[in-house]
Design a protein around this ligand. Structure first.
Ligand SMILES: Cc1cc2nc3c(=O)[nH]c(=O)nc-3n(C[C@H](O)[C@H](O)[C@H](O)COP(=O)(O)OP(=O)(O)OC[C@H]3O[C@@H](n4cnc5c(N)ncnc54)[C@H](O)[C@@H]3O)c2cc1C
Length: 480
């Protein structure tokens, strides 16, 4: 059988049996085609919006497989999608008829406790990292859902429960091994391929396939003080401004977030919140739990909560608490986010209005606090760019019935437009953005003053824009 795969120019090319057999002989991981019994399970992405059918899934087992896959793509001009953890909200990690370079079987994690370094393969999830690092009482600042991939999250910045103390995930990156468009395997650090290293910290999957990340880890846990109080959503009019004022005076050890959400009648939750619209105040203290008792007590005292789940908990449990609310493939998701310099009353009014008007129980209006260590770097220090935001307003549309898709996407867009029009809006956080509608203006907003430099790095490492299924940065001087 001759396989037909999509090319960069939108056409198709035939990969003959002979060429495919040569690849199969060299490859250590499986090469999965649409007739393979494992195809449907393997191609599935986290976001149920995307039911895509790649022409070939190259399920890599190591850097050598990635090199072979990239070489085939270059030789035949193939369109490639790169998958790490598969959580990408924009669905870029798969594409109909394209070749998917799939790293989701490369999940090794190695910890060097003496130097507090953690080496992570390019398809690992945060659950993989926490499992190994917590053996040594260490953590790398990651995301708040343990099934999310390290790769996409890190390359887009990365925020979670520790960013105000230890910075964005990308700020803790000390090295990346990456297969670039020419099939070379490079190591990028502060002193080797410095421009590439700079670009990888916020510039997304534009520059190649990262086969391994090396992070600086920090002592965290195994027990941390966790704050989580659920209030009736209707009480948020009073609690939201009080939460905003409280967060203004917090030490960097505390990372807090507020969320409008609805709780299902799950045995995992107290009955008081079953089937209720709630306003949640959450916080984690990155330090000795006994130091946090007083400061985090406030989480449950903004009013009378329906439930207060605060208390000391294993860090790994905190990292997994939200997993079950995001089951793989079941939610159709469309998210957009605005970074804001402050939470003025105008922003709060919008957050409150949209929080109370969510079209589905699974849709979230989510406000993580920024600042702290995130601001210790300047906008040009990494590709992430502007760090002046004090909060992010993320409008996370999640629903289950495809019939709701158009209306729900419109709801998210309208909410985004309202917040984005306010004077304190200062950008967007790409990891929380379904950038299906990204354009030149959107790229400028997302990457700001760093866009030109990113274009030059892209030109140096991927001049033909082979890695284009992402929040794409055009190579400098590129015409197409
Ligand atoms: C339920 C959920 C919770 C989330 N929570 C957080 C959070 O707490 N904090 C946060 O910052 N973000 C969070 N996100 C957003 C998340 O960071 C992004 O969606 C991210 O892109 C996911 O990375 P991934 O590797 O899982 O995704 P994938 O879909 O595998 O990849 C996304 C993109 O990253 C690139 N990429 C992936 N792997 C590689 C690689 N090895 N080399 C080069 N490029 C690669 C590709 O361009 C790909 O299209 C969350 C998303 C979801 C769905």
């Amino acid at each position: 059988m001759t396989m037909r795969l999509r090319t960069l120019d939108g056409g198709q090319t035939a990969v003959t049996d002979e060429r495919f057999d040569a690849l199969r002989t060299a490859f250590h991981g499986p090469l999965i085609t649409p007739d393979d019994p494992a195809y449907d399970e393997t191609r599935a992405l986290h976001n149920g919006m995307f039911d895509r059918h790649p022409g070939l899934i190259a399920r890599c087992s190591g850097a050598a497989d990635v090199i072979d896959a990239v070489n085939l793509a270059r030789e035949r001009d193939l369109l490639v999608a790169v998958r790490g953890g598969g959580h990408g909200i924009a669905g870029h990690s798969s594409c109909d008829d394209a070749m998917m370079i799939d790293l989701s079987a490369m999940r090794g994690v190695w910890v060097n406790p003496a130097e507090r370094l953690v080496r992570v393969q390019g398809g690992a999830t945060w659950g993989d990292v926490d499992r190994e690092a917590q053996v040594f009482g260490l953590a790398v600042p990651g995301g708040v859902v343990s099934t999310t991939g390290v790769a996409g999250l890190t390359l887009g910045g990365g925020l979670g429960w520790l960013h105000r103390k230890y910075g964005l995930t990308c700020d803790n990156l000390v090295a990346a091994e990456i297969v670039t468009a020419d099939g070379g395997l490079l190591r990028a650090t502060e002193t080797e391929h410095e421009d590439l290293f700079w670009a990888l910290r916020g510039g997304g999957g534009n520059f190649g396939v990262v086969t391994a990340f090396e992070f600086q880890a920090h002592p965290v846990g195994p027990i941390v003080m966790y704050g989580a109080a659920m209030y009736a959503a209707a009480d948020a009019e009073e609690i939201l401004p009080a939460w905003r004022d409280w967060t203004g005076g917090l030490p960097d050890e505390v990372t807090s977030r507020a969320m409008f959400w609805s709780m299902p009648a799950s045995p995992l939750l107290p009955p008081e919140v079953h089937n209720r619209d709630v306003f949640i105040v959450g916080a984690v203290y990155a330090g000795p739990p006994e130091d946090a008792t007083t400061i985090l007590r406030k989480v449950g005292r903004f009013g009378t909560p329906l439930a207060d789940l605060s208390g000391p908990r294993p860090f790994r449990d905190v990292q997994r608490l939200l997993d079950w609310m995001f089951p793989k493939g079941e939610l159709l998701s469309y998210w957009k986010s605005v970074t804001v310099r402050d939470l003025g009353d105008d922003v709060l009014r919008m957050v409150l209005r949209r929080g109370l008007d969510r079209p589905h129980p699974t849709t979230l209006v989510h406000v993580p606090q920024m600042g702290g260590a995130v601001r210790r770097l300047g906008p040009q220090d990494t590709a992430f760019g502007d760090r002046s935001a004090a909060y992010i307003v993320s409008i996370d549309g999640n629903w289950t019935d495809p019939a709701d898709t158009q209306a729900d996407m419109q709801w998210v867009r309208d909410a985004f437009d309202e917040v984005n029009a306010l004077p304190s809006a200062c950008g967007t956080y790409l990891n929380f953005s379904s950038e299906m509608d990204v354009d030149a203006a959107g790229r400028q907003t997302a990457f700001g003053e760093n866009l030109d430099r990113l274009g030059r790095v892209k030109q140096a490492y991927d001049p033909e824009n082979r890695f284009r299924l992402n929040n794409n940065i055009r190579p400098a001087g590129y015409r197409s």
